[in-house]
Design a protein around this ligand. Structure first.
Ligand code: DX5
Ligand code: ZN
Length: 221
């Protein structure tokens, strides 16, 4: 089976919001693979961040794929708009929609890669019957809503279970982790089976984006 690539996806949630163009440029120069964009609506999660116009603006200032994480209720209402704006990978939460299968179909039909995120309490079995429609499984390693939280080690077996589920179906599905990923935690997540790593404060909170990306990658080799 094709091997999954190792992907580092810095989250701009922890970057200077008044200077996002510079942030993505720094991440790109540092050798990041994707740019992670956290969209929050104040309903699905208790925080509000950015939306469609910001994704469109970011698209113009980077050649890296935009990995857009929708933490919004009823994401099916907006997936087409996010893809038109430039989302390359679009992730919806299983808990946020009653129509996960249809939502994933819409994402793929619109030409993006489809991902599903699972909150810490949501079992991997939730996606068993939609796995054929998935390009990525995002195991949240914190409760979604805020950057800078502490990695939850109890999520590691869940990462392994998600990787196993994809293997059982002989599918190449990226397994992403998001929340509290830094040079101390990334190794354990990789060992458990993750290949895509979101890091916000672990990259933009460090003061040296290039060094931070290098250090994360070093833990993976
Ligand atoms: C949390 C977001 C994360 C967040 C990660 O709800 O989905 O992407 O930016 O930030 P850190 O890496 O600081 O935990
Ligand atoms: Zn995220």
């Amino acid at each position: 089976m094709t091997k999954r690539n190792t992907l580092i996806s810095p989250s701009i949630l922890s970057a200077d919001m008044a200077n996002l163009a510079a942030a993505v440029e720094q991440a790109q120069t540092a050798g990041a693979d994707w740019i992670h964009v956290d969209v929050m609506d104040g309903r699905f999660v208790p925080n509000i961040t950015i939306g469609i116009p910001v994704v469109a603006a970011l698209k113009k200032c980077t050649r890296l794929p935009l990995d857009v994480h929708l933490m919004i209720a009823e994401p099916e209402r907006y997936v087409n708009d996010f893809i038109k704006a430039g989302a390359d990978i679009l992730v919806v939460h299983a808990e946020a929609t009653c129509h996960l299968y249809r939502t994933l179909e819409i994402i793929r039909e619109a030409g993006a890669r489809a991902g599903v995120a699972l909150n810490p309490a949501t079992p991997v079995s939730t996606i068993r019957h939609v796995i054929e429609k998935l390009d990525m499984i995002l195991i949240m390693t914190v409760e979604p809503g805020f950057g800078g939280q502490k990695f939850i080690p109890a999520m590691l077996p869940k990462v392994s279970e998600a990787a196993r589920l994809a293997e059982e179906h002989q599918l190449v599905v990226d397994i992403q982790v998001d929340g509290g990923i830094n040079k101390e935690t990334i190794g354990a997540a990789a060992k458990a089976g993750a290949n895509s790593f979101v890091s916000g404060t672990g990259v933009f909170g460090t003061g040296d984006v290039a060094l931070a990306v290098r250090e994360l990658r070093a833990e993976l080799s």
